[in-house]
Ligand binder design. Structure first.
Ligand code: FES
Length: 116
């Protein structure tokens, strides 16, 4: 099996507003890339584990995003729903080098990303 790991440059931190998100469209589906108020970056599948709401349109507070449909809170660092809700959006590795954001996409990671 060939291991296919690809860090994809998706732009500068400043391209995402503080406490906002940007959607990256990939062959594995849409990925929501979030920027917190303290400039941390997280990437989740843009699909709420409850009923598929667009997490990229949610409200970012601390390290969580609140789904715009039914207000579930999703942890940005794990993709898991905050208790008492249960479920996981799946998350993707990100790194920041000299102010630019890279997202790790790979066949293997894409499959792992939907498992918390
Ligand atoms: S779809 Fe996100 S809380 Fe219901």
């Amino acid at each position: 099996m060939t291991l296919m790991n690809d860090w994809i440059d998706i732009g500068r931190i400043e391209d995402i507003p503080p406490q906002g998100a940007r959607v990256i469209r990939t062959a594995q589906g849409d990925i929501a890339v979030f920027r917190t108020a303290t400039d941390e970056i997280f990437a989740l599948r843009d699909r709420c584990p409850h009923k598929g709401g667009p997490l990229s349109q949610g409200i970012v507070s601390g390290k969580t995003v609140t789904c715009p449909l039914h207000n579930w809170n999703i942890a940005l660092d794990t993709g898991e729903a905050v208790a008492p809700d249960e479920g996981c959006a799946g998350h993707f590795p990100v790194k920041i080098v000299e102010g630019r954001i890279s997202l790790l996409l790979s066949m293997e990671r894409a499959k792992l990303a939907v498992v918390c």
